[in-house]
Design a binder for this molecule. Structure first.
Ligand SMILES: Nc1ncnc2c1ncn2[C@@H]1O[C@H](COP(=O)(O)OP(=O)(O)OP(=O)(O)O)[C@@H](O)[C@H]1O
Ligand SMILES: [Mg+2]
Length: 310
């Protein structure tokens, strides 16, 4: 039992729909996938909570709320909930059905303070996020946690509060090394969070047509997990420099840019109306949006399958 006094059953109920995006390697698509998974599922009408454990708070850019008054507390609320046990109060109004717990620079102190807590009280200190979710039990259909790279303490915090891990990787070996590091943390996390499971691995930022590479990565990923099963999702996220640039600059998710692209007047129409044609959104944003949609569908399927009575 932790300082909160919650038992394992209470934490299990609170975290059964928590999906943590984890890979120790930076730049493999954790934040992009977290934002688009949460965003599309919320747009479909599910109640979604997105939690940002990053000091850089990149989700604020993906969703366009950086420095917005009343929303971007730079991680202050999350820090208070994790260290002082103050109630976690997700921010509304970022998107319909999507509540957010922002990250940011206020989380800088979190790592050294977690180190101190674990030294004093053991690994149960990592249950702080799970405990913070207990009062919110039943309020969300999906809770997505975005975690930082190269930070064992915060990854352990995320893993102790998750029912599922979703691990993005790029096709190079760095993402696979990061994945193996998480596999080690995974086993430790299960000592305090026995319900933790691997939902799957997502190949991120790849050429949609590179089938041979996809097959190679699939084999590497399966081998990294012992060779007994294939954890790769069917969906992959295709490489799109245009989405990478426009998405964060505009604070728009892929499915939102897809709508924007469909609604923009034809180039010739703009010219005929005397409007500056400006920069146009290419059709590829719709393809990237479809890739995130497939990931979201596989995640929802996995959750539903898992929750069917045996
Ligand atoms: N479809 C895409 N194709 C290529 N690059 C992309 C795509 N979508 C996003 N990116 C870019 O890839 C980079 C890494 O993405 P992201 O920030 O999601 O990774 P991360 O794992 O969260 O990184 P970190 O570990 O630093 O937090 C970003 O610059 C992002 O803009
Ligand atoms: Mg990130």
């Amino acid at each position: 039992m932790t300082a909160s006094g919650y038992d394992q059953a209470a934490r299990l109920a609170a975290t059964q729909r928590v999906v943590a995006l984890v890979n120790d390697k930076g730049g493999v698509g954790k934040t992009t996938l977290a934002a688009n998974l949460a965003g599309q599922v919320a747009a479909a009408g599910y109640r979604v909570l997105l939690i940002d454990l990053n000091r850089q708070g990149n989700l604020a850019d993906d969703l366009g709320y950086r420095d917005r008054a009343g929303v971007d507390d730079q991680g202050a609320g999350l820090l208070g909930a994790l260290l002082m046990g103050t109630p976690l109060t997700p921010v509304l109004g970022v998107r319909p059905n999507l509540a957010v717990v922002p990250g940011g620079v206020r989380l800088t102190d979190l790592t050294p303070l977690m180190v101190a807590r674990v030294q004093a009280g053991g690994r149960a200190a990592f249950l702080a996020l799970a405990d913070a979710l207990v009062p919110l039990t039943g309020q969300y259909d999906l809770i997505v946690v975005d975690s930082p790279p190269e930070n064992v303490m915060l990854v352990d915090l995320a893993l102790a509060a998750a029912r599922w891990v979703l691990m993005p990787t790029r096709s190079d070996s760095g993402g696979l090394v990061g994945m193996r590091l998480v596999a080690e943390r995974f086993n430790l996390a299960r000592e305090i969070n026995p319900s933790l499971g691997l939902l799957g691995v997502v190949l991120f930022g790849t050429l949609a047509s590179a089938r041979a590479i996809h097959a190679e990565v699939r084999a590497d990923v399966a081998a990294a997990f012992g060779g007994g099963f294939d954890p790769m999702l069917k969906a992959t996220i295709r490489y799109s420099e245009r989405y990478a640039r426009e998405g964060r600059k505009l604070g728009r998710l892929a499915h939102e840019l897809e709508v924007d692209a469909a609604n923009q007047p034809a180039w010739w129409q703009a010219l005929r109306n005397g409007d500056a044609p400006g920069r146009r959104l290419p059709a590829t944003v719709a393809s990237v949006s479809a890739d995130f949609r497939q990931v979201a569908a596989e995640v929802l399927d996995a959750l539903a399958t898992q929750e069917q009575p045996a």
